[in-house]
Design a protein around this ligand. Structure first.
Ligand SMILES: [Zn+2]
Length: 56
């Protein structure tokens, strides 16, 4: 059995409900933009002090 990706799990019919717009301030002191928790920041591309996305 393959691991079910987060995307597939979240696309199940049981998950088709409105999600709360949960946002926290980015942990990057130089950014501080509202960003979803436990996800890479869309503004600076940092996650837990590490560059994981190309900076916009
Ligand atoms: Zn950020």
């Amino acid at each position: 059995m393959h691991k079910k990706s987060r995307a597939r799990t979240r696309h199940r019919r049981a998950h088709w409900k409105a999600a709360a717009p949960l946002l926290v301030a980015c942990a990057n002191a130089a950014c501080r933009q509202p960003t979803p928790p436990h996800a890479a920041c869309r503004h600076c591309g940092m996650y837990r002090g590490r560059q994981v996305l190309p900076p916009a």
